[in-house]
Design a binder for this molecule. Sequence first.
Ligand code: XMP
Length: 506
Amino acid sequence: MRQTVVILDFGAQYSQLIARRIRELGVYCEILPANTAPAALAEATAIILSGGPASIYDPGAPRCDPAIFAQGIPVLGICYGLQLLASFLGGKVEATSVAEYGKTQLRLNQRDALFKGVSSPFIAWMSHRDLVTELPSGCKVLASSENCPVASFACPERKLYAVQFHPEVTHTPQGGKILENFLFEIAGCRPTWTPKSFVEEYTARIRRQVGDRQVICALSGGVDSAVAATLVHKAIGQQLTCIFVDHGLLRKHEAEEVSETFRKRGIKLLTIDASERFLAKLADVSDPEQKRKIIGGEFIRIFEEEARKIGDIQFLVQGTLYPDVIESGNGNAATIKSHHNVGGLPPDMKLKLLEPLRELFKDEVRKVGLELGLPPQLVYRQPFPGPGLAVRIVGSITREKLAIVREADAIVREELAKSDPEGQIWQCFAVLTNTRAVGVRGDARTYDYVVAVRAVSSSDGMTADWVQVPYETLATISNRLMNEVEHVGRVVYDISSKPPGTIEWE
Ligand code: XMP
């Protein structure tokens, strides 16, 4: 059976970060609600109690069932988790006048497996008001700071450990080592969670789930659906049919690249060129929400038409990722749930969802993609909105405008890729505004479009900041856009963050 570390979530902003750190160490972990029943944790290899914004004495502060500490499962409490553990074990936690926030120097009081290889003193990231003022009996202090005498404690006989600081953040330079010690020295974990093991486990699982039935997948050209489809194909081969609806709003060469990649791998792929149909529906539509609705609706109709032609299909592949699963409050990963109007498919199709990536974070999806042999340019592709270039053309959409923004987008991405070796850019693209400006070419007056260049950094697309692209790069981009793309009369750089802006213009 797969070893699983469970992170009980007490509302920490860092829970996902803890999960990522543990998985980076090759150990599978899941985030579950704080009040998960002890019976549901009985098989866990180890339990981590996350931090959280509350004080353990706040009314309604999240708690876990203390019975989990009597199951012999190794536990690591972090921040709020330390205080909760101390209080459950009979210690005393009190509010202090001196809160500790940020980088703090700690000293080790005694050597223990948790701090094996960690130098003393060491820097750790603290963020707390309350602290342990009385140690629970049978426990020993492992580390202290000037204002926090119990910055780490343990009851090694019961494999109960706790740290007041945050080992998961990069501001705790030796935090990775501490987590590693907890997993491998204390909890007996083995680093066996790898993209390869995931692929092996999931191909077997998909085969069991699907049997000899038929499966479809809508390919969007994005990373998630591509990896999901490739994984399912590895498991069930020709029982999978992928449908790629080309709405005519894709990036330069995108449709060809997707078709080519999948054909080469022998994946059954229907490419539907529906650009005429979409453009006809979008003619004279300038309202962004209208555009999205039309594109979404038409996409589903075409997908449905094609799916019906194939016949007896029972499963639909979806590229749902772990953050979506956590957000929807359903931490029980790896199940097939009945289709809940995903993509608006009609209920009479009775499709079950196959979501092979619902245990993975985005970076893990990329690693699995590489493991499956997908090309890096596809695996590291920037996010691209479902409605495509339609939301990057302000106002109504025409073939001419599409050609301009597609060409401009290719140049922007090409130049910014060269100037971004660190991979700071989350997304970059061109927007065709509906403003035109006067210019002069040769001796003639021109009246051409203003193109906006956008480059943002972000970790999840929820917030974003504009990237301080070097002036030389902006100069090259401007030069190329003005000279190589017809009807570009001005180039501007978008310096809006999100919020209050959004990443896309529409
Ligand atoms: P915004 O513009 O809301 O975008 O800041 C956040 C992220 O989501 C992408 N995006 C979409 N993705 N369908 C998608 O699949 C959409 O309709 C859509 N709209 C925006 C956007 O590119 C950015 O990464």
